[in-house]
Write a protein that binds this ligand. Sequence first.
Ligand code: ADP
Ligand code: MG
Length: 373
Amino acid sequence: MKGERVAVRNIAKRYGSVTAVEDVSLDVKAGEFLSLLGPSGSGKTTLLMMIAGFELPSAGLIEVGATDVTHVAPNKRNVGMVFQKYALFPHMSVRDNVAFPLRMRKIDRAQIERRVLEALAMVQLDAYGSRAPTQLSGGQQQRVALARALVFEPPVLLMDEPLGALDKKLREQLQIEIKSLQQRLGVTVIYVTHDQEEALTMSDRIAVMDKGQIAQIGSPASLYSEPASPFVAEFIGKMNFLPVEYLGSATSGPQIRVSGTSTLSVTRSFNGHALELSPGLSLLAAIRPENISLTAHGFGGPDAIAGTIDTSIYLGTHQIFLVNIDGRSGPPLHIQAPANRNQSTFARGDAVDILFQADAIHLFASNGAMANE
Ligand code: ADP
Ligand code: MG
């Protein structure tokens, strides 16, 4: 089995006045694991259904390999599909469920038998062939659905929230199983999820969807470290947002101020939409919990912001502090620190100095666009 590339060109889907997908273009490489990640209603399923052939696009085209499949029937696209609800045939045995795509393709009996056994072995269900789907757990049923999708060796596998109905532990186990199976087989996977951890765990690249469009596409690491908008910044990982005032630019980079506090320097270079930066402009600063540190009050130096511990949470590998900036309302900052049992820790009510890592502060325009120096 070998993966094929998938290309989506300027695709759109309208239902009456509702635009479910708007002008999406996407190049998925052969053998790549690409996730479509976004909140409910962002158009993930609609996009996947158009790639599968179950929905006809209102505009645009789709290629699998070198073939334009825009108007090709789903069963002629050579694309496997796994849905959230396992969609197994309840009256058929596991074996017959998995054999179904091969029967449809008029494969001869001996070959069907061999390939069904292989597919069941692949998902570790060799011993379950004669059971009915109702005699299996949710996780096992989804493995059968996976075997059925892969049994005809499609170069492309589409999955729509396949683990959404399973509990967390099983979900995490199957994420690893699916990922390692995909790598072993070399199949191209387009995987829909609204769970950012799942997307980070499994994907070579993630396309973050918002209101029918791709907000940003990139590797998990690049989306995490270089989010192009507050939407992406908030959707991937945990992010603190703070309204700040732009003061001007120094050689080290822009200077900003959180209302009522000292001047902060930002040493990141920006890219994105051009924005006229003039002193006094309101911006949105964003910083990850692990890029903020705490010291006892009075020890933070001139760049520190005074704050008070609201909540202290111990999580084994690390600790979380929720900290209020003194004199400022709004949600507390979420700060993550390594859990070091030799280190003195902070408790509710403690006065602290808060330090932002200058090269980890992202600046966005207040309306959501990326600020540009
Ligand atoms: P997601 O999978 O990201 O939750 P969907 O692709 O299911 O999003 O839906 C995207 C948008 O299109 C939603 O606003 C949804 O209500 C709308 N939509 C989806 N399918 C239909 C349909 N058959 N008729 C009308 N609107 C639809
Ligand atoms: Mg959906």
